[in-house]
Write a protein that binds this ligand. Structure first.
Ligand SMILES: C[S@@+](CC[C@H](N)C(=O)[O-])C[C@H]1O[C@@H](n2cnc3c(N)ncnc32)[C@H](O)[C@@H]1O
Length: 200
């Protein structure tokens, strides 16, 4: 797999012994969890906290990420706990999805791709949600200083209304914005969309 700066950054973080904070659901994962049912794809799963929480509620989770440390951690934990979490290492800029899922979740990933890749991958994720299923997508809509930390050229700052627009024709269950501090006294703002695909 081609080395990429955002993967390398997170892989180094995940390689350190995960502490209690790193193993807790972040606010976006906590928002997503109640919407996850059945066969779930966690696309850019990090350490898999959401995947294990969903498995604990009866879901079967396919967990994909580009960080070898994260995937190793998830595989060990799944084996120890006997959890239905199946992790694979992949560069998600160009990952061939081969089937539909009841729920597809991607938190904090797409902004690390250039915009044409991010929009193509988002469309592909949407296409692999079964009719009546749910997508939970979280992206950055403000905060270039945060993105430049990873790669000054190759990233995508979504427009604030981008997810609303891209989920036209779906039922929007939630569309939430959340702000956090970013480098150089700036702000990073994330948008999380929870949307249900029209039933067939
Ligand atoms: C901000 S973290 C989010 C992780 C998790 N979804 C969460 O909410 O904690 C971004 C994740 O995207 C992964 N990532 C970034 N670029 C990637 C790529 N090209 N292919 C696969 N994974 C990638 C990183 O390894 C990291 O786990």
């Amino acid at each position: 797999m081609n080395e990429n700066r955002s993967i390398a950054f997170f892989d180094e973080q995940f390689r350190r012994q995960p502490n209690d904070v790193a193993l807790k659901l972040n606010p976006f994962e906590a928002l997503a969890l109640p919407y996850l049912t059945g066969d779930v794809l966690d696309f850019g799963c990090g350490l898999g906290n959401l995947a294990f929480a969903a498995a604990g509620r009866g879901c079967t989770v396919t967990a994909l990420d580009g960080s070898p440390a994260a995937i190793e951690h998830i595989r060990c934990r799944a084996a120890t706990e006997g959890a239905s979490v199946f992790a694979s290492l992949a560069d998600l800029r160009d990952y061939p999805l081969t089937r539909e899922y009841d729920c597809v979740v991607s938190i904090g990933l797409l902004m690390f791709f250039n915009c044409s890749t991010a929009f193509r991958v988002l469309a592909d994720l949407q296409a692999h949600v079964r009719p009546g299923g749910v997508a939970v997508i979280n992206v950055l809509v403000e905060g270039t200083t945060y993105l430049e930390m990873f790669d000054p050229l190759d990233h995508c700052l979504f427009a604030p209304s981008e997810l609303q627009h891209r989920f036209a024709g779906w039922t929007i269950e939630r569309m939430e914005f959340a702000d956090f501090e970013a480098p150089q006294n700036t702000l990073k703002r994330f948008c999380t969309a929870v949307a249900q695909k029209r039933a067939a």
